[in-house]
Design a protein around this ligand. Structure first.
Ligand SMILES: [Zn+2]
Length: 127
C-alpha cells in the first residue's frame, strides 16, 4: 500500500527551517544577479575582441561558458529551495523524494535544500 508519509515538525522548528531556506534563497538570488552581470560584461568584452582581431586564445571564450554553467546551477538550486519551502508547508520536508525515507538531520543541517537521502544521492552519483 502506497501511503504518503509526512513529517510532523514542531512549529518552532518549521519557523527555523523557513528562515534558513529564505536565507539560502536570498544568497542564491544575489549570486545569480552578480553572475549574470559578469556574464553580460564578458560577452561584451568578447564581442569587442572578436571585432578587432580573432585571436586563437581559447581563454577569451571560456569565461562566458563557465558563468553560463554557474547560472544554470544557481537557477536549479533556486527551484530546489522553493520546493523545499513548499515541502515545509505540506509536512514533507526532510523526506527523500526518491525513496520516501527521512533524510538524516545532519545532512539537512549542512544542505537545507537536500531532497535526497544519503543513500539515494550516492546511488544517483554512481549512475
Ligand atoms: Zn532515498
Amino acid at each position: 500500500m502506497e501511503e504518503q508519509t509526512t513529517v510532523r515538525l514542531a512549529p518552532e522548528i518549521k519557523v527555523g527551517i523557513r528562515k534558513k531556506l529564505f536565507k539560502v534563497k536570498r544568497k542564491i538570488e544575489s549570486e545569480l544577479i552578480e553572475t549574470e552581470q559578469q556574464l553580460r560584461e564578458e560577452i561584451r568584452i568578447n564581442d569587442m575582441t572578436a571585432m578587432k582581431t580573432h585571436t586563437a586564445d581559447i581563454n577569451c571564450c571560456l569565461g562566458p561558458a563557465v558563468n553560463g554553467h554557474r547560472i544554470a546551477n544557481l537557477k536549479k538550486r533556486l527551484i530546489k529551495t522553493d520546493k523545499a519551502l513548499a515541502k515545509v508547508d505540506d509536512d514533507t520536508y526532510g523526506l527523500c523524494t526518491r525513496c520516501g525515507d527521512e533524510i538524516p538531520a545532519g545532512r539537512l543541517i549542512s544542505i537545507p535544500i537536500a531532497d535526497l537521502c544519503t543513500l539515494c544521492k550516492e546511488k544517483l552519483n554512481l549512475v
